[in-house]
Ligand binder design. Structure first.
Ligand code: ACM
Length: 634
């Protein structure tokens, strides 16, 4: 019955000329969902001597040729002119008013592939879509034995919903090399992201050369090496070798910028001040209000969140707002940053600044009297306004985390909303530009499955929650919303494999939230497409998380007050097999139907989710003692 209704709706949509065929068909499995897609008859078969012709940038054609030849082993030629008769694959810059900025039209017929766009970025995104239409084996980095490489006949018209489609990478807490950042760019563009926000400075490192301030990288880029659980590490001794870290030289940055530009990615640098500044303070201790000697943090805890929304530090990791040397320092930093990065925005952080040491400082007290600042929010606002003047004097616009609203926002500042959407809404209502990157939805370094079975992190943002992200809240003027962004903090991401696990598939969900039209979003359909991309990732040898298949455990109580365990899944159509007897719950074990009473002597509940008799989730061993500690939700 459901299918018949779906078909009826589909035919109405086709007649209306607005086609979301993928809402009912995941065979093409495009992510993000295009604006319109109409299936044609038959397939295009890539010839072994395929030719890509373009009147646009050669780099786009060459990158496509590389991607198609790696796995096929074909010798694909690139020509820099469009022929009259048309090549196998034609990438054409044209004037087409029906396609907006960064958009494209992709037409695949039995004989040719044609991508048309008004701008090179659109052409580039058209090639990303084309690659996704090939079988998963195309993602392989080495030659695959396959008789035919086909693409279904289709016409796709597509363009983005938002111009800012960002991912933030924290290269401080763990260091990612220039090559790893390039690989990250390659991954993000496949999902039509166009902005890489590099978090370059923090308590654990300063990761960019500032030629006029050499100690920032001589001292600030290095910390004691630790392996294990972040936050529980021991404090380094003063004479302990500082061997972990690294930084990008100006030359490295120029290379990264060129690499990004060829892929239509803008890089936004973030220099996080006045909090999160221990690496700068360790390099130049006179920058704090609190005299002393400092070391770059190695992952030992010095900031504390008691759980009531407040936080405090046991070490001063802030720049002193009452010290003119700080502004001279920042002028030097932002002069070099502005010269290096062509992007109009520089991000100055502004988040999570503990002000307890400012409160004790005589210099800050004098500043408050002189500037008539009534509290610490106004002191931070004074600091941020000074930073805004420095950044705008370099010809750039300033962006900061939503704490820059506290005590009064600087004129001209733009806000990146991370503490949910409320800061972004407030800023937009004050006529400031906003990027939405709420920790409630797009913090892709947080838990995506039950903490008992996941690498340690902070709070929970499941894939289904990320998929609900809409950067444009009701009642907000769209002209103030630049777009949205996913953030990857790397305290606990030591390796690229771990980074990929946290990012994908939630990165798919953010991409669809910032690129696709809201009406085209459909959770069940998205899950079907995500599964197809898992196969592509297997082919590419990239990591991703399958946690969307794992059960959600909820503690309940029966009428007599006994603990019950309820299980559910984000994904429909799964069977959860379980046991309390310490064995592996294979598909011959009971299927979960209703909240489980716990056998008196049971120590653990073990579960695995199955679909069509095959395991899709991992085995999770949930201690009963753990469930007894959890909040009861009846
Ligand atoms: C942040 O997550 N502290 C911006």
């Amino acid at each position: 019955m459901k299918h018949r209704i779906a078909l009826l709706v589909l035919s109405v949509l086709v007649v209306a000329g607005s086609v979301y065929a993928q809402s009912f068909d995941t065979t093409l499995a495009l992510i993000p969902q295009p604006v319109s897609l109409v299936r044609g008859q038959g397939v295009f078969t890539l010839p072994a001597n395929a030719v890509i012709e373009t009147n646009g940038p050669q780099t786009i054609a060459r990158m496509l040729a590389v991607r198609l030849s790696r796995s096929t082993g074909y010798n694909i030629e690139v020509k820099d002119k469009l022929s009259i008769s048309g090549a196998t694959i034609r990438l054409e810059i044209a004037t087409d008013k029906s396609i907006s900025k960064e958009g494209y039209r992709l037409t695949v017929t039995g004989g040719t592939v044609k991508i048309v766009s008004n701008d090179p970025a659109g052409l580039f995104y058209g090639t990303q879509t084309l690659v996704q239409l090939f079988p998963a084996a195309i993602e392989n980095f080495s030659k695959v034995k396959k008789d035919r490489w086909t693409v279904p006949a289709v016409t796709i018209t597509d363009y983005p919903r938002f111009g800012w489609r960002g991912l933030m990478l924290d290269v401080v807490r763990h260091w990612f090399t220039k090559q790893q950042v390039k690989d990250f760019i390659d991954e993000m563009v496949q999902y039509k992201y166009n902005l890489l926000h590099l978090h370059l400075t923090d308590d654990q490192g300063w990761r960019i050369e500032i030629k006029s301030l050499p100690m920032l990288t001589q001292t600030g880029a290095w910390r004691a090496e630790r392996v294990g659980r972040w936050g529980d590490f021991t404090k380094p001794t003063p004479d302990e070798p500082k061997t972990y870290g690294g930084f990008y030289t100006h030359e490295d940055i120029r290379e990264l910028l060129a690499y990004a530009k060829e892929r239509y990615v803008t890089i936004m640098p973030e220099i996080d001040v006045p909090g999160h500044s221990l690496a700068a303070v360790a390099s130049y201790p006179e920058l704090t209000c609190t005299p002393g000697t400092y070391q770059v943090n190695a992952g030992e805890r010095f900031m504390h969140w008691p759980g009531d929304g407040t936080f405090y530090g046991t070490l001063d990791n802030t720049l002193c707002p009452a010290n003119e040397k700080v502004y001279a320092f920042l002028d030097k930093v932002f002069t070099e940053i502005a010269q290096l990065f062509p992007f109009e925005y520089i991000h100055m952080g502004g988040d999570e600044c503990y002000k307890g040491f400012w409160e004790k400082s005589e210099a800050v007290k004098d500043l408050m009297k002189r500037e008539k600042l009534k509290d610490m929010h106004e002191v931070q606002s004074y600091f941020v306004k000074r930073v805004e003047k420095i950044i705008s004097s370099k010809g750039k616009k300033m962006m900061g985390w939503d704490e820059i609203l506290d005590g009064g926002i600087a004129p001209g500042a733009s806000v990146m909303s991370w503490q949910g959407m409320k800061g972004g809404i407030e800023a937009a209502k004050l006529n400031h530009q906003v990027v939405m990157s709420p920790n409630t939805h797009t913090y892709v370094d947080l838990y995506q499955g039950d903490p008992i079975a996941e690498p340690v992190t902070y709070s929970m943002v499941r894939l289904s929650q990320t998929y609900k992200f809409d950067p444009l809240p009701p009642g907000v003027d769209p002209k103030y919303i630049l777009g949205g962004q996913g953030n990857l903090w790397s305290e606990r991401l030591n390796t690229v494999r771990h980074l990929q696990y946290m990012l994908w598939p939630r990165g798919f969900a953010v991409s669809e939230s910032v690129w696709s039209q809201p009406a085209a979003k459909d959770w069940n359909n998205f899950v079907g497409r995500v599964e197809k991309h898992f196969v592509r990732y297997d082919s590419a040898g990239k990591n991703y998380s399958r946690s969307m298949y794992d059960p959600i455990f909820t503690a309940k109580k029966d009428a007599a007050g006994n603990l019950l365990i309820a299980l559910s899944t984000e994904v429909d159509g799964l069977a959860i097999h379980y046991t309390f007897d310490e064995f592996f719950p294979d598909k011959f074990f009971p299927v979960y139907k209703q909240p489980l009473s716990i056998p008196k002597e049971a120590a653990n509940l073990r579960v695995i989710t199955y679909r069509d008799g095959l395991p899709v989730g991992k085995m999770i061993t949930m201690p009963i003692a753990e469930m007894r500690k959890r909040k009861v939700v009846n």
